[in-house]
Design a binder for this molecule. Structure first.
Ligand code: GLC
Length: 675
C-alpha cells in the first residue's frame, strides 16, 4: 500500500489487532479504552490516519459521537427528501394542467371536396388526374396549410371523411376505412399531409364513421355473420320488422323506413341513414374489434385524434320495439320526425343538454366533449336576443361536469351557413353578424369550431345558383347549399382560385350549368368574399378572426373564469349581452354584444378596447356589433356567489370528439386508443 507512512508502527498495530477480541467492542469512548479485551493501553489508540485498517476504524465509528452524528445526518437527509416530495406534490396539484392541443387552438373543419382542388402545375408528376378535376382533395389541403397556420393562426384541423367511398353521402358511406378515396389522393398524400402538418406544429383530426359502412364495404359484400343488424320481416306479409324510420327522407313522400330488404339473405338490414349505409351491429365484439383496429391503424400513421360521426345511432334497442308517435293523431305516413327515438337514437341534438352532458363520461372519461350544437338554431326563427344567447351559454357552462371542456359550434356541413341564417339581412349585416358570432365563440371558455368559409363570412348558395336539377345531396332538404367551395380569389376564370378545371364537368344529369366544379361557387366571391381580398383588407372578417385567434391565446381566455352579468337578467335592452373573462393574477376582459338590429346604449367601463365592431360613439353599439374591453379590475356587478364558473381541466384526456354518444354502459372502449 503506497500510502503507509510508518511500516513499523503498522506491524505493531496489526499484532495488537490480532490479539484483540472485537466481538465485544463497546460503543462508549471510555469503555473502548478500558475494555479488558482491548490490548490497547489507555492513550495507545493511534490517531486516525489515511489507510488505517477497518478494524481500527470500527473503534472510531462505534463511538457515541459518531453513531449519533451519523444518525442525525440520515435524519436530516430523509426529512429534506420528504419535504421536497411533498412540496412537489403540492405544486403539481395546485398548478394548472397543461392544455391539450384541442384546447389551445380553435378546430377548423375542412369539407375536403370543397376546400381546394390541387393545382396541376404544382403536381406535374402525378399519374392520377385529381388535380384540376373540380373536386377538392388532400394535395389541395397541403397547398393551403400555410393559409391556415399563418394567415389565420389555426393549429388543429378536422377533415370530414376522406376514406374510400362510393360517395352517395360524400364520404359518410365508407367502403374501405384504411385507404383515402382516389378522388382525394392516395396514402402517400395523406402521409405527406400528416408530416407537413406536424412540421408546422399542427394536428390532424380525422372523421371516423363507426355507425355504418357503405353497402360496398367487403364486410357487407361478404355478408360477414352478425356484422350488421339483420331482422326477419314481419309475418305474414314480410313487411318491415318495425316502424323505425330513416333519418334521410330521400323520397318525396318522406316515408322511407329504416329497413331495406336483401333478397339474397331473405332478411331486412337496418340503416339509420341512406339505404346504402348499413348499420354495424355494435353489440358484436368482432365489430368492436374491427373498429378499434381502424383507430389503431390511423394512430400508428400519426393521426392526432378523431371526430366520431353519428355515434348516437350506434346501438339499437335489442327487442326492436316500435317507437311511439310524437303526434299520434298523424300516424301515417311515417316520418322520422314524427317518432320518438328512444330505441334508435340516444341523444337528441338541439333538445336536451342534460342528455348530452352524459357523454362527457361520469366515472370514465368517454370523449373530450360531445359537440355542443346549442348555438346553431340562433337566428333561425328571427332576431336574436341577448338573454337567449346568455341562457344557452349558461345552460352548457353550469351543467357541464366539473373539470371538462366546453365547446361551441355555429356551423358545419349539415347546416345553413352562419351568415345565411337570419332572414332579411343586408350583405353588410351578414358581415357584422359573422364577426359578432366570432366574438362570441372565440371569447367563451373551451374550444370553438370554424366550418371552412365561416372565416370569410361566406353565405349559402342561392336557389338560383343551385336549381333542383343540379343538387347532388341525397337528403331531400339539400345540404349542398352550405357545402359550396371556398373562393380563394376573385378570379372567375380560375373558378375563384378553387380549381383550374375547365369545360363542363361534374354535372348531374339534366343540370344545364356552365361549370366544372362539383358544386357552383357563390357569386358573392367577386364582392370581396374571397380569401385573397380579405387578407388585404384590415377590416375583413378574416382579419377579425385572426385578431381573435391571437387574443384567445391569453390565459384569461384559455384558463380564466366565465362570469355572467346578473344586471342583464331583466332581458332589457333586448340585444344586450355581457360577460367577463378573468383570471387571478391575469387580465380581465368584458365582452359586450348588441345582437339587436338597432343601436344600443351601454355603460362603457373605460377599459381599453381590444376588439371592436361598433361605431364612433363609445357608449353606443351599432346594430349587430360588439366590443371586447380590457378592464383594470373586476366590476362590482360581476362579484357575488354563483356568478362565475371556472373551467379547470382535471386530468389528461383522450383525443376523441363525439358528435353525440350512446349510453355509458353501451359505449365500447374507444379509450384504449388515446392518451
Ligand atoms: C352525420 C354527418 C352527416 C352524415 C350522417 C351520416 O350526421 O354529419 O353529414 O350524412 O352523419 O353519416
Amino acid at each position: 500500500m503506497g500510502d503507509i507512512e510508518n511500516p513499523a508502527f503498522e506491524q505493531e498495530v496489526h499484532k495488537k489487532i490480532e490479539e484483540t477480541n472485537f466481538d465485544d467492542v463497546n460503543d462508549s469512548d471510555d469503555e473502548v479504552e478500558k475494555s479488558p479485551d482491548t490490548k490497547f493501553d489507555d492513550g495507545e489508540i493511534p490517531e486516525a490516519y489515511a489507510g488505517m485498517p477497518a478494524e481500527v476504524l470500527i473503534h472510531y465509528s462505534r463511538q457515541k459521537k459518531w453513531v449519533f452524528g451519523r444518525l442525525a445526518g440520515w435524519l436530516v437527509i430523509l426529512a429534506t427528501f420528504a419535504t421536497l416530495i411533498s412540496l412537489s406534490g403540492v405544486i403539481i396539484a395546485q398548478s394548472p394542467p397543461c392544455l391539450d392541443f384541442w384546447e389551445k387552438s380553435p378546430i377548423y373543419q375542412i369539407y375536403p371536396r370543397s376546400f381546394k382542388d390541387c393545382d396541376p402545375a404544382l403536381n406535374e408528376n402525378r399519374q392520377d388526374q385529381i388535380c384540376g378535376d373540380g373536386i377538392g382533395d388532400i394535395p389541395g389541403i397541403i397547398e393551403k396549410l400555410d393559409y391556415l397556420k399563418e394567415d389565420l393562426g389555426i393549429s388543429v384541423v378536422w377533415v370530414s371523411p376522406i376514406f374510400k367511398s362510393p360517395m352517395q353521402d360524400f364520404g359518410y358511406d365508407v367502403s374501405d376505412y384504411r385507404q383515402p378515396d382516389p378522388v382525394f389522393g392516395n396514402m402517400a398524400d395523406l402521409q405527406k399531409l400528416i408530416e407537413e402538418m406536424h412540421n408546422r406544429g399542427m394536428k390532424l383530426v380525422l372523421d371516423f364513421v363507426p355507425n355504418h359502412t357503405s353497402v360496398e364495404h367487403e364486410k357487407f359484400q361478404n355478408m360477414t355473420e352478425d356484422f350488421f343488424v339483420w331482422r326477419d320481416g314481419e309475418k305474414p306479409k314480410n313487411s318491415c320488422p318495425n316502424n323505425w324510420q330513416s333519418v334521410f327522407a330521400v323520397n318525396d313522400k318522406g316515408d322511407l323506413p329504416a329497413w331495406t330488404y336483401h333478397p339474397d339473405v331473405g332478411k331486412y338490414y337496418y340503416r339509420a341513414f341512406g339505404w346504402f349505409q348499413a348499420d354495424l351491429n355494435m353489440y358484436n365484439k368482432e365489430v368492436q374489434r374491427f373498429l378499434n383496429d381502424i383507430l389503431d391503424f390511423w394512430l400508428d400513421e400519426g393521426v392526432d385524434g378523431f371526430r366520431i360521426d353519428a355515434i348516437g345511432y350506434g346501438f339499437e334497442e335489442e327487442n326492436f320495439r316500435n317507437e311511439s308517435y310524437i303526434d299520434a293523431s298523424e300516424p301515417e305516413p311515417l316520418f322520422w320526425s314524427n317518432l320518438y327515438h328512444d330505441f334508435t337514437f340516444e341523444y337528441e341534438v338541439y333538445t336536451s343538454t342534460e342528455k348530452n352532458m352524459k357523454y362527457y363520461g361520469s366515472y370514465e372519461r368517454e370523449a373530450d366533449f360531445p359537440f355542443n350544437f346549442d348555438l346553431i338554431p340562433l337566428g333561425l326563427s328571427g332576431s336574436i336576443k341577448g338573454a337567449e344567447v346568455r341562457q344557452l351559454i349558461d345552460n352548457w357552462m353550469f351543467k357541464m361536469p366539473f373539470g371538462r371542456t366546453p365547446n361551441w359550434v355555429v356551423g358545419n356541413h349539415d347546416n345553413t351557413r352562419l351568415a345565411s341564417r337570419i332572414d332579411g339581412m343586408t350583405d353588410d349585416d351578414k358581415i357584422k353578424i359573422s364577426k359578432l358570432f366570432a366574438q362570441l365563440t372565440f371569447t367563451l371558455p373551451g374550444t370553438n369550431f370554424i366550418y371552412n368559409g365561416e372565416e370569410l363570412g361566406m353565405v349559402d348558395l342561392t336557389e338560383q345558383e343551385l336549381p333542383d336539377e343540379c343538387k347532388v345531396d341525397i337528403q331531400k332538404d339539400s345540404r349542398d347549399f352550405e357545402r359550396n367551395p371556398i373562393p380563394w380569389n376573385g378570379d372567375l376564370a380560375s373558378n375563384y382560385g378553387f380549381s383550374t378545371c375547365t369545360g363542363k364537368q361534374n354535372l348531374p344529369q339534366n343540370c344545364n350549368q356552365d361549370r366544372c366544379t362539383w358544386l357552383p361557387l357563390s357569386e358573392t366571391a367577386v364582392n370581396g368574399l374571397n380569401v385573397a381580398s380579405q387578407i388585404e383588407d384590415e377590416d375583413s372578417v378574416l382579419n377579425f378572426y385572426k385578431k381573435l385567434i391571437e387574443l384567445r391565446q391569453d390565459e384569461s381566455f384559455t384558463r380564466g373564469s366565465y362570469c355572467r352579468n346578473p344586471a342583464d337578467e331583466s332581458g332589457k335592452p333586448e340585444g344586450l349581452l355581457r360577460y367577463l373573462r378573468t383570471l387571478e393574477g391575469g387580465k380581465t376582459f368584458e365582452i359586450v354584444f348588441n345582437w339587436g338590429n338597432s343601436g344600443l346604449k351601454f355603460d362603457h367601463k373605460n377599459g381599453r378596447n381590444i376588439v371592436e365592431t361598433f361605431g364612433s360613439d363609445k357608449n353606443e353599439l351599432e346594430p349587430y356589433s360588439g366590443v371586447i374591453l380590457e378592464l383594470g379590475s373586476i366590476p362590482a356587478e360581476y362579484q357575488g356567489k354563483g356568478i362565475c364558473v371556472q373551467r379547470r381541466a382535471v386530468r389528461k384526456r383522450n383525443n376523441l370528439i363525439l358528435t353525440s354518444a350512446t349510453k355509458d354502459e353501451r359505449l365500447f372502449d374507444f379509450e384504449a386508443h388515446f392518451g
